[in-house]
Design a protein around this ligand. Structure first.
Ligand code: ZN
Length: 278
């Protein structure tokens, strides 16, 4: 299986690949720029190529890059919209240095404009940024439904996907904490949730998983991640997700509150659970 965590990109691409190997990972996530800011570092093509070689040598799964939290392509304010559209376009151009990976983003918060309007704006931003020659798949993340977040239901995500002209360049990243917080009971009815996803969106479009426990109850709409096995979802239910045959082959990214040692432990725990998960 492909599992890893979020790594800091401050020392470059190849450094992240080496860090991932140290943690026992064979995929990872990274912020394309400061998650709370805007400026992006200059990309070194040589550094990107070194990471590509390392990934090939060590049989990595696809990477799951993450857009900054400050990007909201369905904001109401013109200045935020313009900034966000610029970040999206720039990030997708930069992802071409690491072709055939994923770029995940939070669809956004409609801040009182209504989900319908939010869905329209998100689709408009994607249609403006995507290019036929791009080799990245852009992933919409499932959201907890905190505040005015768009993407709290499979129906909302489907409504965005349906409006994308280059539809083979978009997919979904399922965040276990977020879907649980949004009201999808993956503890008692994982098969039912996946079936629901398949009927509405199609499991072929579920490309990656953000693998987190939750501090809150199902349907709480809170979005507070917890370490695997220390939250309300629990280790058994999460391992059932990790080893569900319908999700085989996807990269699983930990976004749990951990240090390196904690991530290495969680990665080993999930890997070693394979024979137990039936
Ligand atoms: Zn996530």
């Amino acid at each position: 299986m492909y599992i890893g965590n979020h790594l800091s990109s401050s020392k470059g691409f190849e450094h992240m690949g080496k860090e991932a190997l140290k943690l026992g990972a064979n995929t990872f996530a990274f912020f394309t720029r400061n998650p709370r800011g805007g400026a992006a570092k200059e990309i070194s093509e040589d550094d990107a190529n070194k990471l590509r070689a390392l990934m090939e040598e060590h049989h990595f799964g696809k990477l799951v890059a993450h857009a900054p939290y400050t990007m909201n392509v369905c904001a109401e304010k013109e200045s935020v919209l313009n900034f966000s559209r610029g970040v999206l376009a720039d990030d997708l151009a930069r992802m071409e240095y690491l072709p055939h990976n994923y770029y995940n983003f939070h669809p956004g918060s409609h801040v009182g404009q209504g989900a319908e309007k939010g869905i329209e704006l998100i689709a408009d931003a994607l249609n403006a940024a995507l290019k036929p020659e791009y080799q990245t798949i852009v992933l919409l993340e499932t959201m907890a439904g905190k505040g005015s977040e768009v993407g709290k239901s499979f129906e909302e995500l489907k409504a965005i996907l349906d409006r994308i002209e280059l539809s083979d360049k978009v997919g979904v990243c399922l965040d276990t904490c977020h879907v649980w917080d949004a009201g999808y009971d993956i503890v008692h009815d994982l098969d039912g949730v996946l079936q629901n996803f398949d009927e509405i969106i199609g499991l072929d479009r579920l490309c990656a998983v953000h693998f987190n426990d939750s501090m809150n109850d199902c349907g709480a709409h809170k979005d507070r991640h917890q370490k695997i096995g220390e939250g309300k979802i629990g280790a058994d239910a999460l391992l059932a997700v990790a080893y569900h045959p319908l999700l085989a082959g996807r990269p699983f990214i930990l976004e749990t509150p951990n240090d390196d040692e904690g991530y290495a432990r969680e990665i080993a725990m999930v890997r070693n659970a394979e024979p137990l998960a039936k």
